[in-house]
Design a protein around this ligand. Structure first.
Ligand code: CP3
Length: 341
């Protein structure tokens, strides 16, 4: 058993030599080598140029010793392929938010190989450079999170435009979710065809809804997306803030459930009841504490994860820009130590 196997095995609930670990946003501003690349290239350039995307994807693999690479890109990229114009400041800003039936009608379903070929080129290049050292994760935003940004036009706290569309113009909402869902399926399958070995769906905003609204407005679309995926690779489904309705999230399917820190991992493992592997769930701000504290908290999460069918250690959301790198290095080491079988 080697470093290359432990992540895929944990996703499938097969034996591992130790608990595998990767970190959401592991290529990012907390790394000085990432900041050096960003001093020369805009964020969108990094996403659009395969050689640069490859370079930053590989940065955390050696530096941290993580057990998986994740394609460097952004969840907004396939929306460019649907006809949206997007800037980053630093979060996404849409030139024309999607608010009406006419706005939805103007969008096309993305044809990944034609509209965003640089993503598949990056996947191929990264696979070649990784040479089997660790597996490569491809990803997409889940339809609801993508639609949240498209309708609001940027990040939001209360999502007023989105909620108005959902509740007052449900047929417009449904037609938009439909087009975006088709895009997500094609986009993820194109990444698998190019060499992605695992897929993660990010539903960052799923947790803003009540369980009943999640069941009505989100679940049917995500379930259809997962049913449409090339299942030769494991699928990780992360709905941030879903601790109160994990039973619904499980109905979407997939192999691994992403868990944030608002639910204790032991409790999540009990509710999952052997049907999925789990990924998570340390609070990213723990990395601002002293190293001994980071190691204790990591070991605690690892211990709780051992009761699962499979556990992939991760943070409960992305690593923050001012995280001390040495604590991220210590975290990976502590997980591997505490997770030894
Ligand atoms: O995990 C990785 O290392 C892979 C790369 C990745 C990025 N964004 C790079 C990025 C991934 C998987 C994402 C996903 C993403 N993007 C999500 C879902 C996950 C989550 O964090 O909730 C969302 C909601 C977005 C949209 C987005 N892109 C936001 C809100 C921001 C600003 C955030 C911030 O930290 O300021 C971005 C920009 C972005 N995407 C950055 C990075 C490294 C920072 C950009 C920079 O270098 O200036």
């Amino acid at each position: 058993m080697s470093r290359a196997d432990r992540f895929l095995n944990a996703c499938r609930g097969e034996p591992v030599d130790t608990t595998p670990v990767w970190i959401m946003r592991q290529a990012g501003r907390y790394l000085e080598e990432y900041r050096a690349v960003r001093a020369k290239h805009s964020f969108l350039d990094v996403c659009h140029v395969p050689e640069v995307a490859c370079e930053v994807t590989l940065q955390p693999i050696e530096r941290l010793g993580v057990d998986a690479a994740i394609l460097f890109s952004d969840i907004m990229i396939p929306l460019e392929g649907m006809g949206c114009r997007i800037d980053f400041a630093p979060g996404p800003v849409f030139a024309e938010p999607v608010r009406t039936a006419a706005d939805v009608a103007k969008l096309r379903v993305c044809e990944p190989e034609q509209d965003v070929p640089f993503v598949m080129d990056a996947v191929k290049l990264i696979r070649r450079e990784l040479a089997g050292k660790v597996p490569l994760i491809g990803f997409s935003g889940a339809p609801f999170t993508l639609v949240s940004y498209m309708v609001e036009g940027r990040g939001s706290r209360d999502f007023p435009h989105l909620k108005r569309m959902m509740y007052a113009a449900p047929e417009v909402y449904a037609s938009l979710m439909d087009k975006v869902s088709q895009t997500v399926v094609r986009y993820l399958n194109a990444q698998v065809a190019a060499g992605a070995q695992v897929l993660q769906l990010f539903d960052t905003w799923g947790g803003i809804l009540s369980p009943a609204d999640y069941a009505e407005y989100v679940l049917p679309y995500t379930r259809r997306v997962i049913e449409g995926l090339d299942r030769s690779v494991p699928v990780i489904h992360f709905v941030k803030g879903s601790g109160g309705f994990l039973d619904l999230v499980m109905q979407a399917g997939g192999d691994v459930l992403g868990i944030d820190w608002h639910i204790d991992l032991a409790e999540a493992v009990r509710r999952v009841d052997g049907r999925f592997s789990v990924q998570g769930n340390m609070d990213p701000t723990v990395l601002f504490g002293p190293e001994t504290f980071v190691r204790e908290r990591a070991a605690d999460v690892v211990r709780k994860g051992r009761a699962a069918r499979g556990h992939v250690f991760n943070l409960g959301h992305g690593i923050l820009p001012d995280t001390p790198v040495e604590n991220a290095v210590a975290l990976v080491e502590a997980v591997h130590e505490a997770g030894k079988r």
